[in-house]
Design a protein around this ligand. Sequence first.
Ligand code: ZN
Length: 253
Amino acid sequence: MHRRISVLLAVLAVSLAAALLGAGAASASPLDPPGGTTDSQTTPGDDPGGGGGGTSDPCDLYTPDSCMGGDGGSGGGGGGGGTGNPSPPSAQVVQVMVDNARLAAKKALVDKPKCFDLLSLTDSRSPGTLNPVRVIDTVPVTYVNDGTLDFGYSPGLGVDGRISILPGFYFITFDPAYQNQGYVDPSLYFDLPAVQLSVADMQLVVILHELGHLTGVNVHEGDGRAPLLPEEVGQEFNTQIYVNCLDQGAAYQ
Ligand SMILES: [Zn+2]
């Protein structure tokens, strides 16, 4: 509990620092607060950067924090993704997947008390602004094609935040043949000897991971530059999501 409170204080401190820096300012904080999260799914850098207009780095649009960008640092993005990242078929198709994951996230929170507690700073069921069920019911959870292979980002705090899901969410695959086109290495994202995951399961993990940023329980470092380290993708928190929120993880409780 004390650790969680400390985390919240750290979050508030970072948020205050970001506010003092001015809206939209790009700081280089090593933290990854709710106000500025993007989560890469795999090694970025496969985008040659040719698809973006010079100053349209999507990271600068949304976060006062350092961004786990997926464009290799060359200013790509801008909607097209260049030639490096394939484009999802349509925003509507991806949004359906996002909506399904959101429903699955709410179901996990409602059906699994340990999952709720994991996502809650206080474990309280009262409908405060950081109550994870209220947050997932309230905030926009929207697909945004920023041309990266990141999972998503979640600026703001509690019911005042939002979750933006990025193309990497759609391209999740566990086939190592797709190293730079959506491959998810479970051993990077989970600290367990073996995990059983479908694509939908991993998408659920993504939504709950982002929700954790908004409720203040998920704070991890990361600059988004390959090679990603376990702590930079929130491995510890992802593992707890697997254990407490996914049916197949219950055996680890
Ligand atoms: Zn994250």
